[in-house]
Design a protein around this ligand. Sequence first.
Ligand SMILES: [Zn+2]
Length: 315
Amino acid sequence: MVQIVETERITAHITRVPLPLPYDLLSMNSYVIEGQQGLTILDTGEHNEETKAIWQQIIGTRIVEKVVLTHGHGDHLGCANWLRDTYGATIYMFDKTVERMEHLRYGYEHGYYDNLTTKVFATYGVNMPLREISTDKDLRPYIVEPDVVFTTNDLIALGDDMYRVLYTPGHADDHVCFYNEAHETLFLGDHVIEAINPVLLATPYFLNPLGAYLASLEELRTYRVQHALPGHLQIVPDFAARVERLQAHHLKRVAQTYEAVANGHATLEDITVAIYKKARHSTYAQVVAMLHYLVAQHKIQRVETSTFPIFTLLT
Ligand SMILES: [Zn+2]
């Protein structure tokens, strides 16, 4: 049975397509941008039969010119290979996402799935498998080879309009947004979402995602944005106000994390439970981001012990 998705017309050329996610209550927003050369599809949804059936229904007999990706997470690029194979689309990818793909491919060829964020948790004595990544999951659809690689500040056409590539690390180290000044349109990916706070994912090569996130939020805050188009949930109605709420939220969490450390909570697990009550992947990720930020700000220190590092106030 083909699920009917409720698409939303944003402008004469841009349509939001919410695609279901199998492991989550949220859907993922893909955007279809119509141009003279065909359709541009910004982010693709998970790789599964349901999503493909929705795409077949939406695309119909039209030409898919391009697939453009905001970052390398599976829910955003899972159908990219299939869209290229089926419709002959050209895949556009950010240079840092290419690095992520190389890492994923190396793991695949050597028989393992290497989650870089859980690797960071493990350094603090927390071992946590990801529920959506079962060991027998076929990773091949998620290893995407680009046709065109773009970099920070490049101008690329989405449909018939030119968009600036804005590097916005935080949620992921390979994350970009796309901005068109004339139409005040900003494709946000997972950088800014209306009703949830995007999880910030540290990796061994990207240890301070919150520092990067706050810096890129501050830069985007000044942009004039009429259409703020996120990768999940509804359109962001007031972009500047949402950015300010996100900034305030993170600074509050930073203060709470500092307080937890000041109160003698020292391990990642302890600090996470002190702040969030529940320790799970997303809360560990937030706390790692806060702790690394506080270390970078010289507010707390990371102390090596005989087992794993702990955190204390600077002495
Ligand atoms: Zn993501």
